[in-house]
Design a protein around this ligand. Structure first.
Ligand SMILES: Cc1ncc(C[n+]2csc(CCOP(=O)(O)OP(=O)(O)O)c2C)c(N)n1
Ligand SMILES: CC(=O)[C@@H](O)[C@H](O)COP(=O)(O)O
Ligand SMILES: [Mg+2]
Length: 638
């Protein structure tokens, strides 16, 4: 079947299971083919083909609510709900979103991207249904990784308490991005392996019938073994104890088993959890064989070989630079430990993990815990490095405020994916953290201009002992300046003039500086001389340089790949206002009060008015305005 022609899932109601098996094959082939061109979350989606088919077979979306957790595994759902014909635009500018999107389809009842929200949202939908005396099913589909998120456990606590009719499908593939971690994961594994003990139990019971012949000793051992088996075999006791009926484990690739269990669950009163066992990457050998998470989210690849098609990198990834520097420093500084909330692969921390297995803590999708865990370590004079994506750090805001900054603890927060991330879109752009961190007392915030300065910032941060310090760095690779062996400590609060120019000053930081230097070059041909300053400390700012610039009196433009409200530009405005300097022309460029959808970073920068050309135009307009003001001032004073 050409799955790109599917308009809605109704056709499944009349389809036989055998036909659905064939359709599953067509969907897998479609995903493997399409994503070889566009990239995307291949392995998670290959793992839920049968599950998604069964869900749309049994339930009547959108009347019944299918609530995907994280949502990176909703491509099959999108195919079945009439969006197969848009997969050539997956995660591209103005194209198909990589996560559920309510504006895309009525079947997308809940938007995700951040993990562990589905259970709370589903409970909300169930309560609304009951209060309005409506009648529909609510089904949350949550992965074993997402289940390690604190929000999920908060929701389970309330779901078991409220006992609303709702279904939770736990998609257990033993993987988060990398192999899943934690006690919950181990418990699920025990249940998974319980199947293997079933036969042992029968064998044991047969043996015990023979035991009297061998005397009491062996009988008591067998009895103990049976008790242990009983513990193992009482599947899902954790959920049952919470008041949630446990069904499973169910083979997540067996359509009959899935359909039977979903039908059974929808008739059960109260909350039901169906523990479904799937294989991440099923149907594509390279993804099936992946044990580290390489095929969780990929770029384009060659189908036959599974070789990724990557542009030639002129420089290492910023994440790699951070890992390598930490690995080097940790050899001499035993205080250094690294904490990652399930993003070891994304933040390229495998090297550190391999060399220091007992000093790298993957705590699961648990950003709140990760932050306060780091704080606890710091109270005992360790040097914890909390490695966390800007966007996921939003989950740990109170812990950073209440536990880390308020107690002024020496925690290094290595903020990865700071700035626009591109294809993941609205839910993942790292554009809010300056706004929500800048107001925190005791916190230092810095961002380098290139990979070499980043290395020195990591070094500076590990040596800094006057409180918490943030090192921000973007997704992607450096600019190719080369990395020197020598480590240099950077003076806290010091800015760096990259280019002198008498007409006006631009203050910025991070990769935006390359865009501004290109604009400066363009302006040079128009006889405009721009001073470009690497304002690498967002907090504390370089007050000496700000005072000098205030003295100069030429216009100042701040540019940031982040929200204007509360951002770096706001800090500069506050400085001059608070120091009584009111006649300076200061303007700000950045992201103005909007969420930024998916697309290529350059396309998004263009949409946001942050390309070299757009910055050059803005500079010219400011200078024109300034010269008019000067003329008026001359007239008034003459
Ligand atoms: C709050 C938050 N932290 C981290 C992530 C990054 N992330 C995306 S998917 C994923 C693993 C999800 O594992 P699981 O729920 O088991 O889904 P699977 O990919 O195995 O299908 C992680 C850590 C996220 N989306 N949200
Ligand atoms: C779905 C999810 O949240 C992660 O898979 C995320 O897409 C990873 O982002 P990077 O590709 O920037 O590591
Ligand atoms: Mg998983």
């Amino acid at each position: 079947m050409d799955v790109s022609t599917i308009k809605n899932p109704k056709f499944l109601k009349k389809m036989s299971v055998n036909q659905m098996v064939d359709l599953a094959g067509d969907i897998r082939a479609f995903l493997i083919h399409k994503l070889s061109k566009t990239g995307g979350h291949l392995a998670p989606n290959l793992g839920v083909v049968e599950l998604t088919l069964a869900l749309h077979k049994v339930f009547h979306s959108p009347t019944d609510k299918l609530v995907w957790d994280v949502g990176h595994q909703s491509y099959v759902h999108k195919i079945l709900t009439g969006r197969g014909d848009r997969f050539d635009t997956l995660r591209q500018y103005k194209g198909l979103c990589g996560f559920p999107k309510r504006s895309e389809s009525e079947h997308d009842v809940w938007e995700t991207g951040h993990s562990s929200t589905s259970l709370s949202a589903a409970l909300g939908m169930a309560v609304a249904r009951d209060l309005k005396q409506e009648n529909f099913d609510v089904v949350a589909i949550i992965g074993d990784g997402a289940l390690t998120g604190g929000m999920a456990l908060e929701a389970l606590n309330d779901i078991g308490h409220q006992k609303r009719n709702m279904i939770i499908v736990l998609n257990d593939n033993e993987m988060s991005i990398a192999p899943n971690v934690g006690a919950l994961h181990n418990m699920l594994n025990r249940i998974r392996s319980a199947n293997k003990y079933n036969r042992a139990k029968e064998d044991l019971e047969y043996l015990m019938k023979k035991i009297p012949a061998f005397g009491g000793k062996l009988a008591s051992v067998a009895e103990r073994l049976k008790d242990r088996l009983k513990y193992l075999l009482v599947s899902g006791v954790f959920f049952e104890e919470l008041g949630i009926t446990y069904l499973g484990p169910v083979d997540g690739h067996n359509l009959n088993a899935l359909i039977d269990n979903l039908n059974y669950a929808r008739k059960k009163k109260g909350p039901v959890i169906i523990h479904v066992l799937t294989q991440k990457g099923k149907g594509y050998r390279p993804a099936e064989m992946d044990e580290v998470g390489t095929w969780h989210g990929t770029g384009p690849y060659k189908i036959e070989s599974g070789a990724f098609i990557k542009p030639v990198a002129v420089a290492p990834a910023y994440s790699q630079v951070v890992n390598d520097t930490l690995q080097e420093l940790a050899r001499h500084d035993k205080r250094i430990v690294v904490i990652s909330p399930a993003m070891v692969v994304g933040s390229k921390l495998e090297g550190f993990a391999k060399e220091f297995p007992d000093r790298l803590f993957d705590v699961g999708i648990a950003e709140q815990h990760a932050a306060t865990f780091a704080a606890g370590l710091a109270t005992q004079n360790m040097k914890p490095i909390l490695s966390i994506y800007s966007t996921f750090m939003q989950r740990a805001y109170d812990q950073i405020v209440h536990d880390i900054c308020r107690q002024n603890l020496n925690v290094v927060i290595a903020v990865d994916r700071a700035g626009l991330v591109g294809a993941d879109g609205e839910t993942h752009q790292g554009i809010f953290d300056i706004g929500f961190l800048r107001s925190l007392p005791n916190l230092t915030i810095m961002m380098s201009k290139d990979e070499n300065e980043l290395r020195n910032m990591v070094y500076t941060a590990t040596r800094y002992d006057r409180g918490p310090i943030v090192v921000r760095y973007p997704r992607g690779n450096g600019i190719g300046v080369g990395i020197s062996e020598r480590l240099e400590e950077i003076q806290i609060g010091s800015w760096d003039v990259l280019r002198e120019g008498a007409d006006m000053t631009v203050l910025s930081f991070g990769p935006m500086l390359q865009i501004i230097l290109a604009a400066a070059k363009q302006l040079e041909t128009d006889g405009i001389h721009l001073r470009v300053v690497n304002a690498r400390f967002i907090k504390p700012m370089d007050h000496l340089m700000l005072a000098d610039l205030g003295e100069l009196g030429t216009p100042i433009l701040t540019v940031e790949e982040g929200m204007l409200a509360g951002g770096f530009g706001s800090a500069v405005l506050e400085y001059y206002h608070d120091h009584g300097i009111h006649d300076l022309m200061i303007e700000r460029m950045g992201i103005d009060d909007c969420f930024v959808e998916h697309g290529g970073v350059n396309e998004l920068l263009n949409e946001l008015g942050l390309t070299s050309k757009q910055i050059a135009t803005h500079v010219k307009r400011m200078l024109k305005q300034q010269s008019k003001k000067n003329v008026v001032r001359k007239v008034i004073t003459s």
